[in-house]
Ligand binder design. Sequence first.
Ligand code: TRP
Length: 333
Amino acid sequence: MAGPKTRKTIFSGIQPTGVLHLGNLIGAISLWVREQDKHDNIFCVVDLHALTIPEAIEAKRLRASSLDVAALYVACGIDPDKSIIFLQSQVREHAELAWILNCVTPMGWMNRMTQFKSKSEGQESVGVGLYAYPILQAADILLYHTDLVPVGEDQRQHVEITQDIAQRFEGLFGYHFTRPEIMVQKVGARVMGLDDPEAKMSKSSTNPRHAIGLLDEPAVILKKLKSAKTDSRTAVDAEDPGAGVRNLLTIYHAFAGGSWDEALRRFDGQGYGALKTGVAEAVIAGLEPIQRRFHALRSEEGELMAMLGRSAEAAAARAEATMRDVRAAVGIW
Ligand code: TRP
């Protein structure tokens, strides 16, 4: 690397399966946007990872879904002039490094991966790709000598195995990859499911009332929030809000700005119906410009593809620099 690095390299990825929701925006993307001037940012749409559950993807839709996610990144405020936003499959080095790392990663380590266990449960036939998923993720991270990986707590094991793989690779071949650290968002940024305020909002829930999609229409947003689970009380108690009410306040606070105390005071003593309407108004108003920008970007697919092409070139230049040394280290061409 040329000279000392002044900014930390951040890498994160989102799978283009299912629509992004409020949890992705509040818990992840909005923080990336806020910090984007501080770091050297690389945001990836991990379409190769989406292939690990072939039953769950619609192949014809996958290309479009990847463009949707990329456009949403931009619509939410990630600036392609400041951050690299690219499609994983457009930088072939990800698959190449993943193969090399496959060959050095002991099966014993992989057998401990808890996400593989939960994701493969109930599936009739499980592809080898799902088993090797964390190794592809390690390749994503290591290719760019990433310092920080901003992801949810559920990804900790994947970041740790990335460190282990880097260390083993160095022991075997003498090549040093930067050891990445996980960067976990603080608890306040965690959005829970509307149907179950004990579980993090996730893309994989089958309950249509679980999450608010970033592209949901106003009427749908209102309906989902109206049916959000609260508790047996009827009015907001700012001193002691239950998990469901606290989650609604978290969502409100994220969109309305201001302090957490202001959000509490605004709704203290109000009925849950009024709370839900107030939250819906804030969410609808907050998502409107994002949706408008998204549709504008998606209607100019040529321009979007050109932007992604430029970003992929920038990513590939860096990935290629790493791979030149890695290939030499392991003795391939
Ligand atoms: N496994 C991550 C998730 O499901 C997605 C991902 C793939 C990722 N590659 C990555 C996240 C690299 C951070 C860095 O959320």
